[in-house]
Ligand binder design. Sequence first.
Ligand code: SF4
Ligand code: SF4
Length: 157
Amino acid sequence: MRNLLVKAITFIYINGLYILLPVLPLLASLLFLKKKYIHEYVATVKKFIIHLEALREGSVSYYFSNLFNVVTEAPVEIAGSCVRCGECCMNKRCVFLEQVGEKEYQCGVYHSPLRKFSNCGAYPVSQRDIDRYACPSYYVIKQIPIKVVFEPNVSRS
Ligand code: SF4
Ligand code: SF4
């Protein structure tokens, strides 16, 4: 049932974005308070097309699957530090990603509070996450054992 829900929401979300494509640069400028998306309208539309193609490959269904707990994974402890390769930004295809060095990228909307509604700030949380974008830096140290806490017996009258 939840799988069906995820598929339906993913379909509506992605196709909704395709319908909105001509106004996405304007929306992006308004939402992220950056004029460049509307100033560079044609380039931004082209980047959005690439972005939407990348979304169709699984990012959106992955996000909604996590949101609706379709996939449950044991918590893990992760170590490493980001080398800003940009791979986890949909293999460098996110419209908001900006190149700042020969092999270095940064998020162009990093400071927006709207990022909280995406899973951008929570990467990676599992080995599956690391593998998904072949992150060259982070790695799993160990699984965190799940503690089962037994409640004391409550006597009922
Ligand atoms: S893939 Fe890993 S190293 Fe590269 S930007 Fe993402 S978190 Fe950083
Ligand atoms: S962190 Fe920024 S650039 Fe990377 S996927 Fe998220 S919004 Fe895009």
